[in-house]
Design a protein around this ligand. Structure first.
Ligand SMILES: [Zn+2]
Length: 467
């Protein structure tokens, strides 16, 4: 509307100028009434000079019909702007552009405000209504983008589908119902194949591009663009880390497409089959003890999948067929459940309670019963629990001196006597082989040694049978 404003402003000025000239000539006739030649000369010259001044600028208005579109700084500038605009229209539409009203150029008042080329072209495009019979690409009944013709529209569809057509047996289709329909549109609104494809794929925004630099990883690029690698590869279905090249252009737009492409294909994949772990009871092992009998090995199978993906991202897969190439080998682990079976005639043994040889056996000795074995341990040798159990008693007991009694359950007790020190308390749980005290010579003893007893249900047994 700038052109119109300019006109009203110059009309006003023109009126004021005319008033002024009238007044001037009236005054003049009073002064020069008796000299008609001078009067005529002045009456002619002053308006001419005024008109010359009025139009002395080189400014040029672009007029369409009766309407001033805008004023350019020079006629040349006005013509260039108009010419370029129509060239652009012709380029976009690929055909000569005709408009119903002629464009004219008119000199303009020197003080008119002028517009630059871009502004002039904007005003032209808002005034000139060039409607062009084009083809609209529609998705689910909504127009997405307009292209020149049906053929271009079809090319856009083909390109969109081809983007996600991996191998020959991939079938691709649009998720939305797409149509090509006749639309009337301004040529400037038309997109070519590349633009239309980009517009649709990147959700109606121009795709932002990035040139790969030396040392870039997909992760670097994605995180710099505040997206994850999956989103990045979604926008660039052909992009693979192993084929990335310096200066390669990739798209870092994040938006979702206006038309989705659903691709389905049959894919054969080789997959590993996990092995099972089996447990087997082994009577030679104690409770809690485990032994690997057979190392498991994964198997291999070939699976034919029906894979469905949307815009290049797998969304579902169905097994069509599966064939085992190699059965997995199960892992077999032996598991012990034995609880000190030695006491019940089993073949397991107690831990040797200290270091040293048996110097005095179980049995009758000097006419008396020796109810344990004596092990020649030097003074202060570590003494360990012969089996896991609970400490029953710690303290001095007559001829035994300082002793420890440990209960192992099932009526089995072991006793360690003549100790010099103890490291456990009554009620304490001990493990097989755990340090419980040190050997010595306390109580009725002839020298440092460990007196060791095994008592089953209150009856002393020969420890040599168990250790
Ligand atoms: Zn003894």
């Amino acid at each position: 509307m700038q052109g119109v404003v300019t006109i009203s402003k110059s009309n006003e000025l023109k009126n004021r100028l005319v008033d002024y000239l009238k007044k001037l000539s009236t005054g003049m006739s009073q002064v020069t009434g008796s000299r008609p030649v001078l009067k005529i000369t002045l009456l002619v010259c002053i308006p001419v000079i005024a008109v010359l001044v009025f139009f002395s600028s080189a400014r040029c208005a672009v007029v369409m019909g009766d309407e001033v579109i805008a004023v350019a700084s020079t006629r040349e500038a006005a013509e260039t702007a108009v010419e370029e605009y129509f060239n652009h229209l012709e380029q976009v539409t690929g055909m000569p552009v005709k408009i119903d009203k002629d464009i004219k150029y008119r000199p303009s008042w020197r003080f008119s405000s002028v517009v630059d080329k871009g502004e002039m072209q904007k005003l032209l495009s808002s005034k000139i209504n060039v409607q062009y019979g084009a083809t609209g690409i529609f998705a689910d009944g909504k127009m997405v983008v307009a292209v020149k013709d049906q053929q271009t529209g079809q090319k856009v569809f083909d390109r969109l589908l081809d983007t996600y057509k991996g191998n020959s047996d991939t079938t691709v289709a649009f998720k939305q119902k797409v149509e090509l329909k006749h639309v009337e549109t301004n040529p400037t609104e038309l997109a070519d194949v590349d633009k239309a494809v980009e517009y649709i794929r990147f959700g109606g925004s121009e795709a932002r591009k990035y040139k790969i630099k030396e040392g870039d990883t997909l992760w670097d690029i994605a995180s710099a663009a505040h997206m994850d690698v999956e989103e990045l590869t979604r926008s660039n279905p052909d992009l693979k880390p192993e084929t990335m090249q310096i200066d390669q252009e990739i798209v870092i737009s994040q938006t979702s497409p206006l038309i989705d492409v659903i691709a389905t294909c049959t894919e054969t994949r080789q997959e590993e089959m996990a092995f099972r772990v089996q447990e087997k009871v082994d009577n030679s092992l104690y409770l809690g003890e485990k032994k690997l009998v057979q190392q498991g090995k994964p198997g291999q199978r070939e699976v034919v999948y029906n894979v469905t993906s949307k815009n290049g991202v797998e969304i579902s897969k169905k097994v069509v067929q599966a064939k085992v190439l190699q059965e997995p080998v199960p892992q077999i682990v032996a598991k012990g459940e034995k609880k000190l079976l030695a006491f019940r005639g089993g073949n397991s043994r107690l831990a040797y309670p200290t270091v040293g040889a048996i110097v005095s056996p179980f049995g009758k000795r000097w006419g008396r019963m020796h109810e344990g074995v004596d092990i020649a341990a030097s003074y202060g040798s570590p003494v360990v629990a012969a089996e896991a159990g609970t400490v029953m008693r710690v303290g001095t007991l007559g001829g035994y001196g300082l002793r420890i009694d440990i209960s192992h359950g099932g009526g089995v007790v072991t006793r360690y006597a003549h100790l010099s020190s103890t490291a456990v308390k009554a009620g304490q749980r001990v493990e097989r082989g755990q340090f419980v005290g040190r050997s010595g010579s306390s109580g009725n003893s002839t020298g440092p040694h460990l007196h060791f007893e095994v008592i089953v249900n209150g009856v002393h047994k020969n420890p040599s049978l168990f250790i």
